[in-house]
Design a protein around this ligand. Structure first.
Ligand SMILES: Nc1ncnc2c1ncn2[C@@H]1O[C@H](COP(=O)(O)OP(=O)(O)O)[C@@H](O)[C@H]1O
Ligand SMILES: [Mg+2]
Length: 323
């Protein structure tokens, strides 16, 4: 049961605290001898129920104005990189309720979906959640989109907000793959998110649409800290540079990801993440940099990484690897 969504725990806490305080006053022993342990017990109980985490996981929504910009590719590989960098609990939520791609890209069956989870919200606890979610062999979890065509309208924007509120108690990083529209469910997810990655390609029609989106986000009070423009399929030889785009949008470009259609298509067809299939690709480094920027983790420079790899390769020859 999701105890936090009911008044039950607050009523119990209030009565326990009031009776402890009353007993303290009546006994006139050392002040607070009963009240204090009750308060400490209450705090421990709170941590126990919320999975020992007072955590409010960081939510990153990945969005673009139209399909084909790279939202799903970025959401998946970002989750993989954040998982690698931090070792924290990472979850991808596929909110494409009509036709989600995350499980398709990763060749996993569709399992526990946002529909299932909303039905279970009132009885949700750590065991139910982690036994229901799909876990990728790399370690991150997935709340998959449904396999069958369904009535997405069954889910309200409040359902999405509640779902994310519950999930952020159990996960340190939540990455949402958003559909390409401004319906109420999407807006609820965007509103809850700490970061909104707005995926942009170097094309003037796309940039003009992004201008409109940024205007809307500004009206909603979102600033540059929340809305982060990410250039995808970035071509260094393009006439539209990152500086030009930033100038036209009047918004900073947060990160850029290289264009590598052939390699990425191949990797997606194999059902892998970039780091699993071809860790040395430039787009993999770009995804790692994006993960570093979002988590605030300083990355090893490429050369440092290279040296550690060389040393670890030679250690077994020196007989020191298994020490
Ligand atoms: N950085 C990139 N370089 C080359 N191709 C990319 C890149 N990012 C995405 N793509 C390609 O773009 C296509 C659409 O990507 P996808 O992630 O499905 O976009 P969306 O979720 O926005 O519809 C895919 O074929 C994918 O391989
Ligand atoms: Mg997609």
């Amino acid at each position: 049961m999701d105890l936090f969504n009911s008044y039950f725990p607050f009523t119990v806490c209030f009565f326990l605290l009031a009776s402890a305080f009353y007993t303290d006053i009546r006994l006139r022993v050392i002040p607070n001898i009963i009240t204090l342990p009750v308060i400490v017990g209450g705090i421990l109980f709170h941590f126990y129920i919320s999975g020992w985490s007072g955590r409010a996981g960081n939510v990153t929504a990945v969005f673009s104005m139209k399909g084909g910009q790279g939202v799903t590719s970025i959401a998946i590989n970002l989750a993989d990189q954040i998982n690698l960098l931090t070792g924290d609990k990472v979850l991808i939520v596929d909110l494409n309720l009509y036709m989600g791609d995350v499980s398709v890209f990763l060749e996993l069956p569709s399992a526990y979906t946002p529909f299932d989870m909303v039905k279970d919200l009132d009885r949700m606890d750590k065991n139910l959640l982690f036994s229901s979610l799909t876990q990728h062999p790399r370690g991150f979890y997935i709340l998959t989109a449904p396999d069958e065509v369904n009535d997405a309208e069954q889910l309200s924007s409040d359902d999405i907000t509640r779902l994310l509120q519950v999930l952020r108690r159990y996960f340190d990083h939540i990455i949402i793959d958003l559909p390409h529209n401004f319906n109420e469910r999407n807006m609820a997810a965007i509103d809850t998110a700490d970061n909104l990655l707005l995926i942009v390609q170097q094309s003037m029609p796309v940039i003009k649409n992004v201008q409109k989106a940024l205007k809307l986000f500004e009206e909603l009070g979102y600033d540059e800290k929340k809305v982060k423009v990410v250039l995808n399929r970035c071509l260094t030889k393009s006439e539209l540079t990152a500086e030009d785009i930033s100038y036209v949008l009047n918004w900073p470009v947060f990160a850029s990801i290289n264009n590598d259609f052939i390699r990425l298509t191949d990797i997606i067809n194999k059902g892998k993440t970039i780091d699993m299939a071809e860790p040395d690709l430039k787009i993999n480094r770009d995804m790692e940099i994006l993960a570093g920027l979002l988590t605030g983790i300083k990355l090893a420079k490429k050369s440092e990484k290279g040296w550690s790899e060389i040393i670890s390769r030679f250690l077994p020859l020196l007989g020191g690897a298994k020490a």
